[in-house]
Design a protein around this ligand. Structure first.
Ligand code: SF4
Length: 358
């Protein structure tokens, strides 16, 4: 069975065979076989090996918080699943907003004071990267947080150079799905090529690239395998977010079924076997804030959209309005015997003040 071969490859990897880091521990046929498993025994074997691979490379589980800079999106028509952009879902932000410099500063300082070490700053489409650059400058001026920025397909080469100059750690541009027909169906206002172009530019400037999969939107397992191998063979990827579809009320896809946590965990695990040493991310709104442990069983090494109680803004998730609370996420990580990556002194101070507050 495929698991024995994966165990053997992992053993060779640990003995120093770098080929398995570069190529991954599975090939395309094996990845497809793993996507098709449907027995609990196979799930447990898959999660066991994926978690072991994660633990070998990652001694701590990263926690990433969020600053949403603006939800005023110029893509038209809007993506069918989007509940983030102004006017798309009453469960989401709905009203248009753009954070002031002061609000960005306060959010960043609060996140750092909670003990979290990394933040994602994202803006809707339409600013050629200027909004994420504005946020990056402020966050780097007032904190030591690691910063990921995400402006979708809307980054110019000029903006990427500026982001590099101001010390961006990671740039995210999710391809969502590599199935062009499906991409066009769910994102009628965007072109897949534009997103691929941004990813290539990020690589060109040697900045860490994050690029994720939106799963459960109607793609096949073959599509997911093709997507993962495209990332492997055509791009240099430092982070892959796996985002299960989770419907937002009032959007055109509100009746499309949610992608289960088990399906997300399986996809995370297969991604881990293909990309043994990178950051694999599960955002709390897409897996479900209470179901984060599924992502960890699958070998995720970063939990994103984690909001501390001192965050001054009312953050709503991009895939779903509900976000993960810092203390709960930390507990879920520790309950599995894993170690959250935190500034522990700051976290303990934060806990004393906020532990019993709603
Ligand atoms: S998903 Fe992003 S690009 Fe699409 S409508 Fe929403 S904010 Fe705009």
């Amino acid at each position: 069975m495929v698991f024995e071969k994966i165990e053997e490859n992992f053993k060779e990897l640990k003995e120093g065979n770098k080929k398995f880091i570069k190529n991954g521990l599975i090939d395309e046929d094996e990845a497809l076989k793993l996507f098709k498993i449907n027995k609990w025994r196979d799930y447990l074997k898959l999660f066991d090996i994926a978690s072991k691979v994660r633990d070998y490379f990652k001694k701590e589980i990263e926690i990433t918080s969020t600053i949403h800079i603006t939800n005023i999106c110029h893509v038209n028509p809007k993506c069918l699943y989007c509940g983030f952009a102004a006017g798309t879902s009453k469960e989401g932000y709905y009203k248009p907003f753009r954070l002031t410099d002061e609000e960005i500063k306060k959010s960043a300082i609060a996140i750092e004071e909670s003990g979290i070490k990394r933040v994602s700053c994202s803006s809707a489409h339409g600013y050629q990267g200027k909004e994420v650059l504005r946020a990056l400058k402020i966050v780097k001026k007032y904190t030591n947080l690691e910063v990921l920025v995400n402006a979708g397909a809307d980054l110019t080469e000029e903006a990427i150079k500026e982001l590099k100059k101001y010390g961006v750690d990671t740039i995210c541009c999710n391809l969502e799905t590599i199935n062009e027909e499906l991409f066009k169906k769910v994102k009628p206002g965007e072109e897949l090529e534009d997103r691929i172009g941004v990813c290539k530019l990020v690589n060109k400037y040697n900045i860490e690239l994050s690029t994720g999969l939106l799963i459960g939107i109607g793609e096949s397992y073959e599509d997911r395998v093709n997507h993962l191998f495209y990332l492997k063979n055509e791009l240099d990827v430092g982070e892959i977010p796996i985002m299960g579809f989770n419907p937002y009320k009032g959007t055109p896809m509100e009746n499309h079924p949610k992608c289960s946590a088990l399906e997300q965990a399986k996809t995370i695990a297969i991604t881990r076997l293909l990309f043994p040493d990178i950051r694999i991310t599960s955002p709390t709104p897409t897996i479900g804030a209470e179901l984060v442990q599924f992502a960890l069983f699958g070998g995720a090494s970063n939990i994103a959209t984690v909001i501390p109680k001192n965050h001054p803004m009312n953050v709503k998730g991009v895939g779903n309005p509900k976000t993960g609370n810092l203390e709960e996420v930390v507990k879920m990580i520790m309950d599995l015997g894993l170690k959250p990556k935190l500034d522990w002194k700051k976290y303990e101070k934060y806990l004393k003040i906020y532990e019993n507050k709603e």
